[in-house]
Design a binder for this molecule. Sequence first.
Ligand code: KIV
Length: 265
Amino acid sequence: MSTLNLPALRKMKQDKQPIVALTAYDYSFASLLDQAGVDIVLVGDSLGMVIQGHESTIPVTMDDMLYHTSIVSKGLQRSFLIMDLPFMSYATVERALDNATLALQNTGAKMVKLEGGIDQIPVVEALTHHDIPVCAHIGLKPQSYYKTGSYQVQGRSRKTANHMLDEAIALQHAGADILLVESVPHLLAEEIATNLDIPVIGIGAGSGCDGQILVLQDLLGITPGKVPSFAKNFMSESADIRGAISRYVDDVRQRKFPSAEHSFS
Ligand code: KIV
Protein backbone atom coordinates (compact mmCIF):
# COMPACT_ATOMS: atom_id res chain seq x y z
CA MET A 1 0.00 0.00 0.00
CA SER A 2 1.47 3.35 -0.96
CA THR A 3 1.29 6.45 1.19
CA LEU A 4 -1.17 9.04 -0.05
CA ASN A 5 0.30 12.40 -0.96
CA LEU A 6 -0.99 15.77 -2.14
CA PRO A 7 -0.80 15.01 -5.89
CA ALA A 8 -2.83 11.84 -5.27
CA LEU A 9 -5.47 13.81 -3.35
CA ARG A 10 -5.61 16.41 -6.14
CA LYS A 11 -6.08 13.62 -8.69
CA MET A 12 -8.97 12.24 -6.63
CA LYS A 13 -10.65 15.63 -7.03
CA GLN A 14 -9.99 15.68 -10.79
CA ASP A 15 -11.35 12.13 -11.09
CA LYS A 16 -14.39 13.10 -8.99
CA GLN A 17 -13.54 10.37 -6.48
CA PRO A 18 -14.81 11.47 -3.04
CA ILE A 19 -12.06 11.93 -0.43
CA VAL A 20 -12.72 10.35 2.97
CA ALA A 21 -11.37 12.16 6.02
CA LEU A 22 -11.79 11.66 9.78
CA THR A 23 -10.25 12.99 12.95
CA ALA A 24 -8.14 10.81 15.28
CA TYR A 25 -6.24 11.56 18.46
CA ASP A 26 -4.42 8.31 19.32
CA TYR A 27 -2.56 5.30 17.90
CA SER A 28 -5.31 2.65 18.19
CA PHE A 29 -7.97 4.62 16.36
CA ALA A 30 -5.45 5.92 13.82
CA SER A 31 -4.63 2.27 12.93
CA LEU A 32 -8.33 1.45 12.51
CA LEU A 33 -8.88 4.46 10.25
CA ASP A 34 -5.84 3.64 8.15
CA GLN A 35 -6.94 0.01 7.72
CA ALA A 36 -10.46 1.11 6.80
CA GLY A 37 -9.10 3.18 3.89
CA VAL A 38 -9.60 6.68 5.29
CA ASP A 39 -7.64 9.00 2.98
CA ILE A 40 -6.98 11.92 5.33
CA VAL A 41 -6.55 11.75 9.11
CA LEU A 42 -6.77 15.09 10.87
CA VAL A 43 -5.54 15.56 14.41
CA GLY A 44 -8.02 18.32 15.08
CA ASP A 45 -7.93 20.75 17.95
CA SER A 46 -11.43 19.36 18.54
CA LEU A 47 -9.40 17.16 20.90
CA GLY A 48 -9.83 20.03 23.37
CA MET A 49 -13.53 19.18 23.53
CA VAL A 50 -13.76 15.42 22.90
CA ILE A 51 -10.54 14.31 24.66
CA GLN A 52 -9.80 17.02 27.22
CA GLY A 53 -13.36 18.03 28.14
CA HIS A 54 -13.08 21.77 27.50
CA GLU A 55 -16.11 23.74 26.27
CA SER A 56 -14.15 24.96 23.22
CA THR A 57 -10.93 24.32 21.28
CA ILE A 58 -9.31 27.50 22.61
CA PRO A 59 -7.35 25.99 25.56
CA VAL A 60 -5.51 23.53 23.29
CA THR A 61 -1.74 24.13 23.14
CA MET A 62 1.00 23.38 20.61
CA ASP A 63 2.39 20.75 23.02
CA ASP A 64 -1.01 19.00 23.07
CA MET A 65 -1.13 18.99 19.27
CA LEU A 66 2.45 17.79 18.86
CA TYR A 67 1.90 14.93 21.32
CA HIS A 68 -1.38 13.68 19.82
CA THR A 69 -0.18 14.05 16.22
CA SER A 70 2.99 12.07 16.90
CA ILE A 71 1.04 9.15 18.47
CA VAL A 72 -1.55 9.18 15.66
CA SER A 73 1.27 9.11 13.11
CA LYS A 74 2.49 5.78 14.51
CA GLY A 75 -0.79 4.13 13.44
CA LEU A 76 -0.74 5.32 9.83
CA GLN A 77 0.73 3.64 6.78
CA ARG A 78 -1.38 5.03 3.94
CA SER A 79 -3.50 7.93 5.21
CA PHE A 80 -2.37 11.54 4.71
CA LEU A 81 -1.84 13.18 8.13
CA ILE A 82 -2.81 16.79 8.88
CA MET A 83 -2.16 18.61 12.16
CA ASP A 84 -4.34 21.50 13.32
CA LEU A 85 -2.46 24.59 14.42
CA PRO A 86 -4.12 25.59 17.73
CA PHE A 87 -5.47 28.97 18.82
CA MET A 88 -2.92 31.83 18.47
CA SER A 89 -0.13 29.52 17.27
CA TYR A 90 -0.21 31.27 13.85
CA ALA A 91 -1.02 34.79 15.08
CA THR A 92 2.03 36.16 13.26
CA VAL A 93 3.94 34.92 10.23
CA GLU A 94 6.95 34.14 12.45
CA ARG A 95 4.91 32.08 14.92
CA ALA A 96 3.21 30.23 12.09
CA LEU A 97 6.54 29.35 10.45
CA ASP A 98 8.05 28.22 13.78
CA ASN A 99 5.04 26.11 14.78
CA ALA A 100 4.50 24.59 11.34
CA THR A 101 8.19 23.63 11.34
CA LEU A 102 7.75 21.92 14.73
CA ALA A 103 4.71 20.06 13.36
CA LEU A 104 6.37 18.83 10.17
CA GLN A 105 9.72 17.95 11.78
CA ASN A 106 8.47 16.24 14.94
CA THR A 107 5.12 14.52 14.37
CA GLY A 108 4.85 12.84 10.97
CA ALA A 109 2.23 15.38 9.84
CA LYS A 110 2.44 16.27 6.15
CA MET A 111 0.33 19.44 6.36
CA VAL A 112 -0.88 22.01 8.87
CA LYS A 113 -4.42 23.36 9.10
CA LEU A 114 -5.35 26.85 10.19
CA GLU A 115 -8.63 28.71 10.58
CA GLY A 116 -9.29 31.98 8.79
CA GLY A 117 -9.94 33.74 5.54
CA ILE A 118 -8.56 36.96 4.07
CA ASP A 119 -6.77 37.86 7.33
CA GLN A 120 -4.67 34.71 7.08
CA ILE A 121 -3.46 35.30 3.51
CA PRO A 122 0.03 36.55 4.58
CA VAL A 123 0.47 33.48 6.79
CA VAL A 124 -0.65 31.08 4.03
CA GLU A 125 1.69 32.84 1.57
CA ALA A 126 4.64 32.60 3.95
CA LEU A 127 4.07 28.90 4.66
CA THR A 128 3.64 28.22 0.93
CA HIS A 129 6.83 30.15 0.18
CA HIS A 130 8.65 27.59 2.35
CA ASP A 131 6.83 24.60 0.76
CA ILE A 132 4.81 23.89 3.90
CA PRO A 133 1.50 22.37 2.80
CA VAL A 134 -1.53 24.23 4.15
CA CYS A 135 -5.15 23.31 4.70
CA ALA A 136 -7.20 26.47 5.21
CA HIS A 137 -10.42 26.24 7.25
CA ILE A 138 -13.33 28.62 6.56
CA GLY A 139 -17.04 28.84 7.37
CA LEU A 140 -17.62 28.09 11.03
CA LYS A 141 -14.34 28.73 12.85
CA PRO A 142 -14.41 27.07 16.30
CA GLN A 143 -11.37 29.07 17.50
CA SER A 144 -13.58 32.21 17.30
CA TYR A 145 -16.02 30.79 19.88
CA TYR A 146 -15.26 33.35 22.62
CA LYS A 147 -16.15 36.11 20.12
CA THR A 148 -19.18 34.46 18.51
CA GLY A 149 -20.56 32.62 21.56
CA SER A 150 -22.11 29.92 19.38
CA TYR A 151 -21.50 27.35 16.65
CA GLN A 152 -23.85 28.59 13.91
CA VAL A 153 -24.23 27.94 10.20
CA GLN A 154 -22.23 30.50 8.18
CA GLY A 155 -22.79 32.08 4.75
CA ARG A 156 -26.59 32.08 4.70
CA SER A 157 -27.01 35.59 3.22
CA ARG A 158 -25.90 36.30 -0.36
CA LYS A 159 -23.43 38.89 0.96
CA THR A 160 -21.69 36.50 3.39
CA ALA A 161 -21.83 33.70 0.81
CA ASN A 162 -20.12 35.89 -1.81
CA HIS A 163 -17.52 36.90 0.76
CA MET A 164 -16.81 33.25 1.60
CA LEU A 165 -16.42 32.36 -2.08
CA ASP A 166 -13.98 35.28 -2.49
CA GLU A 167 -12.04 34.09 0.58
CA ALA A 168 -11.83 30.55 -0.78
CA ILE A 169 -10.44 31.77 -4.12
CA ALA A 170 -7.98 34.10 -2.36
CA LEU A 171 -6.73 31.27 -0.11
CA GLN A 172 -6.15 29.00 -3.10
CA HIS A 173 -4.35 31.86 -4.84
CA ALA A 174 -2.17 32.36 -1.72
CA GLY A 175 -1.10 28.72 -1.94
CA ALA A 176 -3.52 26.70 0.21
CA ASP A 177 -3.46 23.06 -0.93
CA ILE A 178 -6.72 21.92 0.65
CA LEU A 179 -9.73 23.89 1.87
CA LEU A 180 -11.92 22.72 4.73
CA VAL A 181 -15.41 24.26 4.82
CA GLU A 182 -17.45 23.90 8.02
CA SER A 183 -21.20 24.43 8.59
CA VAL A 184 -22.31 26.20 5.43
CA PRO A 185 -25.34 25.76 3.15
CA HIS A 186 -24.77 22.86 0.74
CA LEU A 187 -25.21 24.98 -2.41
CA LEU A 188 -22.55 27.44 -1.27
CA ALA A 189 -20.09 24.63 -0.46
CA GLU A 190 -20.74 23.10 -3.87
CA GLU A 191 -20.16 26.47 -5.56
CA ILE A 192 -16.85 26.80 -3.68
CA ALA A 193 -15.76 23.27 -4.64
CA THR A 194 -16.67 23.86 -8.29
CA ASN A 195 -14.72 27.12 -8.44
CA LEU A 196 -11.53 25.74 -6.86
CA ASP A 197 -8.85 23.43 -8.27
CA ILE A 198 -7.74 22.28 -4.81
CA PRO A 199 -9.74 19.62 -2.90
CA VAL A 200 -12.56 21.06 -0.78
CA ILE A 201 -13.41 18.92 2.26
CA GLY A 202 -16.73 19.60 3.95
CA ILE A 203 -18.13 19.11 7.42
CA GLY A 204 -21.77 20.12 7.67
CA ALA A 205 -21.39 21.39 4.11
CA GLY A 206 -23.39 18.94 2.03
CA SER A 207 -22.48 16.31 -0.54
CA GLY A 208 -21.23 18.70 -3.24
CA CYS A 209 -17.74 18.94 -1.69
CA ASP A 210 -14.79 16.90 -2.97
CA GLY A 211 -14.59 15.04 0.33
CA GLN A 212 -16.06 14.76 3.81
CA ILE A 213 -14.73 14.86 7.34
CA LEU A 214 -16.32 14.14 10.72
CA VAL A 215 -15.12 14.19 14.29
CA LEU A 216 -14.54 10.52 15.17
CA GLN A 217 -16.47 10.71 18.46
CA ASP A 218 -19.56 12.04 16.61
CA LEU A 219 -19.39 9.14 14.13
CA LEU A 220 -19.14 6.65 17.01
CA GLY A 221 -21.99 8.30 18.93
CA ILE A 222 -19.85 8.84 22.04
CA THR A 223 -19.55 12.64 22.08
CA PRO A 224 -20.53 13.86 25.52
CA GLY A 225 -23.07 16.70 25.37
CA LYS A 226 -24.45 18.38 22.29
CA VAL A 227 -23.74 16.75 18.92
CA PRO A 228 -23.88 18.90 15.75
CA SER A 229 -26.99 18.21 13.64
CA PHE A 230 -24.83 17.48 10.57
CA ALA A 231 -23.10 14.57 12.35
CA LYS A 232 -24.31 10.99 11.97
CA ASN A 233 -23.92 8.17 14.49
CA PHE A 234 -22.70 5.28 12.31
CA MET A 235 -22.62 2.89 15.31
CA SER A 236 -26.41 2.70 15.31
CA GLU A 237 -26.25 0.78 12.00
CA SER A 238 -23.10 -1.27 12.75
CA ALA A 239 -22.14 -4.20 14.97
CA ASP A 240 -18.80 -2.75 16.05
CA ILE A 241 -16.38 0.17 15.69
CA ARG A 242 -14.63 -1.25 12.61
CA GLY A 243 -18.04 -1.69 10.97
CA ALA A 244 -19.06 1.89 11.73
CA ILE A 245 -15.86 3.32 10.27
CA SER A 246 -16.14 1.13 7.14
CA ARG A 247 -19.77 2.17 6.71
CA TYR A 248 -18.73 5.84 6.86
CA VAL A 249 -15.96 5.22 4.30
CA ASP A 250 -18.41 3.47 1.94
CA ASP A 251 -21.14 6.07 2.38
CA VAL A 252 -18.77 8.96 1.61
CA ARG A 253 -17.30 7.13 -1.41
CA GLN A 254 -20.81 6.51 -2.76
CA ARG A 255 -21.95 10.05 -1.87
CA LYS A 256 -24.65 8.62 0.41
CA PHE A 257 -23.30 10.70 3.29
CA PRO A 258 -24.14 13.45 3.96
CA SER A 259 -27.79 13.21 2.97
CA ALA A 260 -30.12 16.22 3.11
CA GLU A 261 -30.85 15.34 6.75
CA HIS A 262 -27.20 16.01 7.64
CA SER A 263 -26.81 19.14 5.47
CA PHE A 264 -27.91 22.76 5.66
CA SER A 265 -29.94 24.61 3.05
O1 KIV B 1 -10.63 20.29 14.92
C1 KIV B 1 -11.32 19.59 14.17
O2 KIV B 1 -11.58 18.42 14.42
C2 KIV B 1 -11.82 20.21 12.96
C3 KIV B 1 -13.06 19.66 12.32
C4 KIV B 1 -13.69 20.63 11.44
C5 KIV B 1 -12.86 18.42 11.59
O3 KIV B 1 -11.28 21.16 12.50
